[in-house]
Design a protein around this ligand. Structure first.
Ligand SMILES: [Zn+2]
Length: 85
């Protein structure tokens, strides 16, 4: 059975943030090319936005899973430190 996973991402600034270096590249709607002054990448505006959306989707689930485990560990260590102090 084929499973399709849908992840909601925040679309804000997906066309302005550089998908290569993460720098902010403000541009008007009629500018169709993403040309980054920070890293020099030049790609289609929509391709840049699509890469950003994909990265956010991937980062979202990974961060959520890892963050939950890290938070739990930090809280336990913190509690231990406080208890032994
Ligand atoms: Zn860049």
């Amino acid at each position: 059975m084929l499973e399709v996973k849908t992840i909601a991402v925040n679309p804000q600034n997906t066309s302005q943030d550089c998908s290569n270096c993460g720098g902010k590249v403000p541009k008007e709607l009629n500018i169709r090319t993403h040309s980054c002054p920070h890293c020099g990448i030049v790609i289609d505006r929509d391709l840049n936005a699509a890469i950003n959306i994909k990265n956010r989707a991937v980062g979202h689930s990974v961060l959520k899973a890892r963050g939950a485990r890290r938070d739990t560990g930090a809280t336990k260590r913190e509690a231990h430190t406080i208890a032994s102090a």
